[in-house]
Structure formats: structure tokens, C-alpha cells
Ligand binder design. Structure first.
Ligand code: BTN
Length: 143
């Protein structure tokens, strides 16, 4: 009984001081990046497989943008600030993008995803290979 009281006092102190009670960073949910793209991670299963959808706000093609599926993996060992990677096979273009990143929690409990990506465009021949890959970074915050 005494220990429950102690935990409650600690929890209250944590809330008062703004210390997050749950410092795990979860990928699940709706995220928006610095380009305005929206990503919905619907599930991370017990072996770290990631499932979701991606709606990009920008495109290197003229085709109408649509929602695309994403699939990936999260490291499940230490889930406090896990690393992850996922692939988006764009539903409306011939390109594929891979993202790698890490989920961070700040001292106020705010989660962000720092990512880096490679976008592979389809080119007509191997002579054009040199211009086929774009690289960049995206910062995601929860919507
Ligand atoms: C394409 O241009 O063929 C498909 C769309 C690519 C969108 C890219 S992926 C990396 C960057 N981050 C985004 O949210 N959108 C762009």
C-alpha cells in the first residue's frame, strides 16, 4: 500500500515538473513532415514490422498524387528512441523511396521522427543511372 502511495507521489511530481511518465517513442499514429506530407503508421507488430500509408505533398512527376502504402521495420530491442526504416512504393509513379530514421522524445515528451531518404526514379537506360537518385531529409511531428 505504501509503495502505491510512493508511485502516486512520484507520478504527481513528474507531471508537475513536466517530466514525461512514458519515455517510449511510438511510431504509431498520424505524422506530418516539413514538406507537408502526411504519414499514417497504423501498426507496428510484435516483431517490429511497420504498416501504414503515405500521402506526399510534393512529387517529381506530373501525375496526380494519391495515397501510397508503406512497409518497414523498427528495432524492438530498446524501444525508448528506436531506429526504423521503411519503403514507399509510390502508387502513382514508377519511383520508390526508402526512409531511415530515429524516433526521439524530448524532455517535454514531444516525439519527432528524424529521417533521411533516397528516392529512386525510373530512367530509360543505365546511361541515365547517374541522375536517377535523389537524397534528402525530413522531420516528422505528430498531427
Ligand atoms: C515521385 O516523385 O515519384 C513520388 C513522390 C516522392 C515524394 C518524395 S519522397 C521524399 C520526399 N519526402 C516527401 O514527403 N515527399 C518527397
Amino acid at each position: 500500500m505504501q509503495s502505491i502511495g510512493f508511485i502516486l507521489v512520484l507520478a504527481l511530481a513528474g507531471v508537475t515538473l513536466g517530466i514525461p511518465l512514458n519515455d517510449k517513442c511510438s511510431l504509431i499514429g498520424l505524422w506530418k513532415n516539413d514538406l507537408g506530407s502526411e504519414m499514417n503508421i497504423t501498426a507496428v507488430n510484435n516483431v517490429g514490422k511497420i504498416f501504414g500509408t503515405y500521402l506526399t505533398r510534393v512529387s517529381s512527376t506530373d501525375k496526380p498524387i494519391g495515397v501510397s502504402p508503406l512497409r518497414g521495420s523498427q528495432q524492438m530491442g530498446d524501444q525508448e528512441q528506436p531506429t526504423f526504416g521503411f519503403t514507399v512504393a509510390w502508387s502513382f509513379s514508377d519511383s520508390t523511396t526508402v526512409f531511415v530514421g530515429q524516433c526521439f522524445v524530448d524532455d517535454k515528451g514531444k516525439e519527432t521522427l528524424q529521417t533521411m531518404w533516397l528516392l529512386r526514379k525510373k530512367v530509360d537506360s543505365s546511361q541515365d543511372n547517374w541522375k536517377a537518385t535523389l537524397v534528402g531529409t525530413n522531420l516528422f511531428t505528430r498531427v
